[in-house]
Design a protein around this ligand. Structure first.
Ligand SMILES: [Cu+2]
Length: 191
């Protein structure tokens, strides 16, 4: 349901348009001035467009703003969709009447994609014996975060533990271990 104030405003506007339309019908019988009749059509159109704009602004624009921020929340950094979300976010202030609904569908698709991706994410825990301080932990975290398919990295230097969330369609346990080994670490999979 629409907010009550908005509903009232919309109804008031539509009722006044209704009056205008009745006026035009009357004019068709009474006036011989086509220019005047056309002007009345234009006035009705304008009023109708304004009413529509009000609905779009209040409902769709707000909803789209909410959806953009939801998508941003679901995509902190390298989710692969951040560019598309940023584009919509930048377009947002200038979006016209009918673009709003298009963008809404687009952001819905992105959001759905992100949710599916999240559900299909895998996790691996590695112990790394030569990760001996916070500096090592940060370095390892940086290396992993730059690795394709890695979504999230959690290091616990004290426990020599690294937890990696990754997308199994883009990488796998073996590759991640190989990447760290190449960088001079000795990761072992925690079972
Ligand atoms: Cu260190």
């Amino acid at each position: 349901m629409l907010p009550r104030d908005l509903t009232k405003d919309l109804k008031d506007r539509l009722n006044s348009i209704k009056g205008q339309v009745v006026g035009v019908i009357k004019m068709l019988d009474e006036s011989n001035d086509p220019a005047q009749i056309l002007n009345q059509f234009k006035a009705v159109n304008k009023g109708f467009e304004k009413t529509q704009q009000l609905l779009l602004d209040e409902v769709f624009r707000k909803t789209l703003a909410m959806k953009i921020s939801e998508a941003l929340e679901a995509c902190p950094g390298n989710c692969g969709q951040e560019e598309r979300i940023a584009i919509i976010k930048n377009q947002f202030p200038d979006l016209g009447l009918y673009e709003l609904t298009d963008k809404m569908q687009e952001i819905d698709k992105i959001y759905e994609f992100l949710l599916n991706k999240k559900e299909s994410m895998k996790e691996i825990s590695l112990t790394i014996d030569n990760m001996v301080c916070q500096g090592c932990a940060e370095k390892i975290s940086d290396i992993l975060k730059e690795t394709k398919g890695v979504e999230d990295v959690n290091t616990k230097a004290m426990k020599k533990l690294v937890n990696i969330k990754f997308s199994p369609t883009e990488t796998n346990e073996k590759e991640l271990i190989a990447t760290l080994t190449k960088a001079g670490y000795q990761p072992k999979e925690e079972l």
